[in-house]
Design a protein around this ligand. Sequence first.
Ligand code: NAD
Length: 424
Amino acid sequence: MEIKNHERLHADDRNLCRLAMSELGDVYSDLGLSTEEFDLLDTPKRSFTVHFPVRMDSGKVKMYVGYRVQYNDARGPAKGGIRFHPELTLDDVRDLSFLMTLKCAVVNIPFGGSKGGVVVNPKELSRNELEKITRGYIRAIEEYIGPFKDIPAPDVYTDEKIMVWILDEFERLKGEHVPAVVTGKPIELGGSRARSYSTSLGGIYVLEEAMKKMGMEKSKVKIAVQGFGNVGENAARILHEKEYNVIAVSDSKGGIIKDDGLYIPAVIKHKDETGSVVDFPGSRNITNKELLTCECDILIPAALSDQLNRDNAKDVKAKLVLELANAPTTREADDIFFDKNIMLIPDILANAGGVVVSYFEWSQNLNNDYWEEEKVLEKLKRIMITAFNDVHLLCEDQKCRLRRSAYSLALKRILHAEKLRGNL
Ligand code: NAD
């Protein structure tokens, strides 16, 4: 992934938090929470800042700041990524850890939520310095993480290589193998099959369930995908393999459309060779703006936040929107879609497939039993479909939008776990 995109992802996540917090305000009042319930949900269980020294390549020692917030662990050990970013704040980490708590609860996996990170710009570091910072951070938080406490994962600016350093440092400190302390590892060190495309596939399982509810037939639907990175490209590829008609795709340079369907493997090859999907032979170039309002039945935003907004929402032709990106729809657009009877599957549910496969990785590590790809996919499908149906049922009961019912369901599950524990 390009470094540029990482900067963008951090900004997008801030938008996601802003939107989520405003949605939550409404959900709190819908649920009629007591003061005790509100206070419990409003406060992280544990939030800390660490300072640790790192000897840089220059020979000088520099102090770094790291954070970790374990928002809630009533439903299981906390789970959440580690982000390296120069503008990271404790508030960002806190909001993101709450979102992780909600995401794990909405898909009903036995985890709470957390997030962490180091205030650093990885672009300014050598590989050696990056490794030392990772190890220094893990030494600083070592006693608070572990397979039954809090399990880190990759996030903005952190990857598989960094997860291996985390694993190695933690195991050195403990003097034993503890693969379940971190997820996002390579297969050779206990990673799970299907992780690289789990977000996209999880979303597609949910989409297929939503199509059933809407009486949409696979052979008749036209799909447009915005974004052709990890999530968008995998989504387009999987949909094509499942014989869906993907008519339009786009990336930061622009989009392409072909009314009778794009041959996605050739689009991927074209993008690999030219750096963009634009000018794909046999298709027509369109702008990103046009892609979002093109004649299609299903729209999948898989690029940036705030793409569907009050300027374009009324022109959207799709009947179904699957939010694979974080926060692609503003609140105004959300209202417009609701009025237009467009079903919108919210990000918190639509893109939760990645954390579900992280849960599988943890589970395989604990049992020392590694699954074939088919088993991972079958279990992912079951969890995503059940989550969608749970959210949909609540949505019908409450006559609200899916986003509202997803948040309500997650909060209810967290509060129920707290009550069972006697904390409420
Ligand atoms: P990525 O950086 O790999 O890809 C982003 C894509 O969007 C690129 O193809 C880029 O060219 C394109 N893009 C940028 N600006 C655009 C524009 N104006 N119009 C159209 N396309 C544009 O990122 P990703 O990992 O695929 O993540 C995409 C979204 O999904 C983000 O919102 C991210 O937070 C969210 N998400 C990702 C994961 C994951 O597992 N990677 C999990 C959950 C949520």
